[in-house]
Design a protein around this ligand. Structure first.
Ligand SMILES: Nc1ncnc2c1ncn2[C@@H]1O[C@H](COP(=O)(O)OP(=O)(O)O)[C@@H](O)[C@H]1O
Ligand SMILES: [Mg+2]
Length: 265
């Protein structure tokens, strides 16, 4: 058995005495794209933050390449994070910095490269997301879809082994969402990365995932190959899709709901 790239083992986390994660087990295999589904506030972002040491578990373990990093120092995490690209929820660009400085940010943080090399790397990251030549623009000058792609360019600036995407298509129209989905797949191949995607976008989920995990009541209640779950026969996923969880944007389309209700009744 190969060692998981990142593993959460029985991770528990509470905030102000309110449990959010009650024992999450999730292991990422090298080279896969794993999507974490879950209702709003179910702890998806909290899960991702444990994977990159931005939050520490109250109980349980976090492993990176098999090493127990649960108690790793902040300096240790800073070094580890060099291998991780994180696409934050929302565009989360620095509004006062140009696109160049936004994408260069992790490079300047981790590397002592000459300016020329930094700029070449930024140019190549922007090219990867289809936005070559926009270094001088400010975030306010970009559309929502472009902001997300600049966020992705920043996440991949150091050719990470693991890319974590927190709701990468939320707020985007269908065409831009599809574009982000295609980009996630392209980067997966180009970088031979392991990807974790948090979303409520079911179309995105089944377009890009090798594996799907459903987070509910603080635990992964369902996990499996995307191809096996796509037929939606798993009862937990069925319930999630039917909206006993907060409604998903992609499934709150009135036409689609009507059709489903009609075929049910
Ligand atoms: N740093 C924090 N301090 C206090 N509460 C938090 C913190 N981060 C998350 N929470 C709470 O944990 C729960 C899960 O949050 P989150 O993981 O962001 O949900 P989502 O699944 O929508 O990403 C929410 O109730 C949220 O308010
Ligand atoms: Mg979130």
């Amino acid at each position: 058995m190969t060692v998981p790239v990142i593993a959460l083992e029985k991770v528990e986390k509470a905030f102000h005495g309110v449990p959010v994660l009650r024992g999450v087990d999730l292991a990422l295999k090298h080279g896969e794209t794993c999507t974490i589904l879950g209702g709003s506030g179910s702890g998806k972002s909290v899960c991702l933050k444990h994977m990159i040491g931005l939050l520490r578990p109250d109980a349980g373990r976090v492993r990176v390449d098999g090493d127990d990093v649960t108690m790793l120092s902040e300096e240790g995490w800073v070094a580890l994070r060099r291998n991780f690209g994180f696409v934050f929820q929302g565009a989360a660009l620095f509004d006062s910095l140009s696109v160049l400085e936004n994408v260069a940010y992790p490079i300047r943080e981790h590397m002592d490269w000459p300016e020329e090399r930094v700029r070449a790397q930024v140019a190549s990251s922007l090219e990867s997301v289809g936005l070559e030549g926009i270094e001088k623009l400010m975030p306010a000058e970009l559309s929502g879809g472009m902001r997300k792609r600049v966020g992705v360019a920043r996440a991949i600036a150091l050719s990470p082994r693991v890319i974590l995407y927190d709701e990468p298509t939320t707020g985007l129209d269908p065409a831009n969402s599809r574009r982000i989905g295609g980009l996630i797949q392209k980067l997966q191949h180009e970088l031979d990365a392991t990807s974790v995607v948090v979303t409520h976008d079911m179309d995105l989920c089944f377009e890009i995932s090798d594996r799907v995990a459903l987070l509910r009541d603080g635990a992964i209640v369902l996990e499996g190959e995307a191809s096996a779950l796509r037929d939606r026969k798993a009862p937990e996923l069925q319930r999630f899709l039917e909206g006993s969880e907060p409604l998903l944007p992609a499934w709150s389309d009135p036409d689609r709901n009507t059709q489903e209700n009609e075929s049910d009744g």
